[in-house]
Design a protein around this ligand. Structure first.
Ligand code: AMP
Ligand code: MG
Length: 523
């Protein structure tokens, strides 16, 4: 394995001088040096080959003992100095103080083919930021992170990536539902990859402590390396930086709404400064379309992080980021402008995205009502979001006879057909009449519209129960479903007709099962 190592974060930013691995508050530093824990019997379960190729790794590299050794945390690459980042965050709306990489250790930054990547192990043991926890991750949550981050990438959603999934051979104690029933589970380590893992919380921690010197260092560093398009200097540069972060965050959220992804824990420590989906914990995918749904059992009361609220929470989080970098600007107005633009631009971008899902190319104002009534109709009875939009692409405008064949297209998406009363059919009939009318104004043929729609409406997503099937099999030592789903989700928009079994509604057994519809932060 030959990497071009170009460490920036731990070379250019202030380090914690304390090198011991004891849990503590860390001041005036962006990170603490820490060495990964040595696992007792590491075993490579899966490698995302495309990600490996992005790093310049060959098949031989992947098969090498060195690969297993480095990415399990058994040894440290020569010339590198692994570290855990110091950050804070608002958790569920409350300021939580110092959090930091409690179970993530950054190995190094490497360059390949003109791109820079940070390699980070998740679950490689305790760090100064582990607080009361163990710094470990279990196989279950590691499979979920490994599969989902790669699936999101192939869906075209900005995200951190995952290189490898490795069993540590160690046991980890977890109380999944926080009900006093703790049990041992298999431990695992994932190697996450991203240009940077800097979060909103990295900026917040300094401001909360009045450490403006380090706030400025970190912000200048972030702009210098990750926002090279910003030419301005001084205050203007910070405002532009803030605007760019808002724009990239907005783009990410629109993608989440497009594919039906619910993050589940949008705390400010889980918000990437690069607008990447980060920290796959109790995330989930909409099955029945329901803006109120959240996969996170820890959040079942307030439903702060529900599907329909993700843009609102992103705006709230951006406001907190604004508060964090305010001392570098000392003017409120520019921040307010960015936040107002976020709200307005989100509405437009969301509507345009929904128009694409419907195959419409006209001005958004012409289909605003159609989108609104669609959102209402999708909630009349439990209706599978993915199947609905995918099947809708087969709607025929030009063929009079099948203009009324809409029911055959969408009924596959209904979870309980017996619940679909006459009044519901009537509402859908009205909607399809309206859709048909709007389609009359469209320049595209049925075939062209179908192709466009199938490029934005995935056929395959990582349904909650699918990940659970992979987990249950892996627990028994069978990793074939991990591999099968990884392959399937590399081409989420392709028909892959032989994989039809994965284009199906959630089976009844998964409706209330832990891991499928119920997930907690305990991973
Ligand atoms: P999360 O909700 O997963 O984003 O985690 C919130 C904070 O708790 C972060 O600072 C994590 O690093 C930390 N954390 C979560 N799980 C563990 C664990 N098992 N060991 C140590 N720290 C953890
Ligand atoms: Mg986190």
């Amino acid at each position: 394995m030959k990497f071009t190592i170009k460490d920036k974060f731990n070379q250019e930013l202030p380090a914690d001088p304390n090198r011991t691995n004891s849990r503590r508050q860390v001041f005036e530093a962006c990170f603490s040096y820490v060495t990964p824990r040595i696992p007792s019997a590491p075993k490579l379960l899966h490698v995302a080959e495309e990600m490996a190729a992005n790093l310049g790794l060959t098949d031989e590299d992947i098969d090498s003992q060195e690969f297993l050794s480095i990415f399990s945390g058994s040894s440290v690459l020569a010339g590198t100095a692994p570290y855990a980042m110091c950050y804070g965050g608002h958790q569920f709306g409350n300021w939580a103080g110092q959090l930091g990489d409690g179970r993530a250790i950054n190995l190094t930054e490497v360059e390949h083919a003109g791109k820079s990547w940070t390699l980070q192990l998740k679950g490689a043991g305790e760090t100064p930021y582990s607080r009361r926890a163990d710094g470990l991750a279990v196989l279950r949550s590691s499979i979920r992170e490994h599969l989902c981050s790669e699936a999101m990438h192939h869906l075209g959603v900005p995200t951190t990536r995952s290189l490898s999934l490795i069993l540590t051979g160690d046991q980890v104690l977890r109380d999944i539902m926080y009900d006093g029933n703790a049990a041992y589970e298999k431990g695992a380590v994932v190697c996450r990859v991203a240009p940077s893992f800097i979060r909103f919380g990295n900026f917040q921690i300094f401001t909360s402590r009045g450490d403006l010197e380090n706030l400025k260092k970190l912000t200048d560093f972030t702009i210098r390396h990750y926002f090279p398009m910003i030419q301005a200097e001084g205050k203007q540069a910070y405002i532009e930086f803030y605007r760019k972060v808002a724009e990239q965050t907005l783009e990410m959220i629109v993608h989440w709404q497009r594919v039906g992804f619910v993050h589940g824990v949008m705390n400010t420590d889980n918000m990437s400064i690069l607008g990447l989906t980060i920290d796959y914990g109790p995330y989930g995918w909409l099955e029945g379309y329901d803006p109120d749904w959240t996969p996170n059992t820890t959040d079942r009361q307030s439903r702060r992080y529900r599907f329909g609220q993700q843009a609102g929470v992103a705006a709230w989080n951006l406001m907190q980021l604004g508060n964090a970098i305010y001392p570098l600007v000392e003017e409120v107005e520019p921040f307010n402008e960015v936040l107002q633009a976020f709200q307005k631009n989100y509405r437009t971008a969301y509507l345009e995205m929904m128009g694409q899902k419907l195959g419409l190319t006209g001005a958004p104002a012409t289909f605003q009502d159609l989108v609104q009534s669609l959102e209402t109709n999708l909630q009349l009875t439990e209706t599978d979001m993915t199947i609905f939009f995918r099947n809708l692409a087969d709607f025929k405008r030009d063929d009079e006879e099948s203009a009324n064949a809409w029911l055959d297209l969408i009924k596959e998406a209904f979870y309980k057909e017996s619940e679909v009363k006459e009044s519901i059919y009537e509402k859908w009939q009205t909607w399809f009449n309206q859709y048909h009318r709007i389609l009359q104004q469209e320049p595209n043929t049925d075939q062209e519209r179908r192709e466009n729609m199938n490029r934005v409406n995935p056929k395959y997503v990582l349904r909650n129960y699918m990940a659970q099937l992979a987990i249950d099999a892996a627990d028994q030592g069978d990793y074939s479903i991990v591999e099968e789903l990884h392959e399937l989700l590399k081409q989420p928009y392709a028909e892959q007709s032989s994989q039809g079994k994965w284009f199906a509604k959630r089976p009844e057994w998964a409706r209330h099962k832990v891991g499928c519809s119920m997930l907690s932060c305990s991973s």
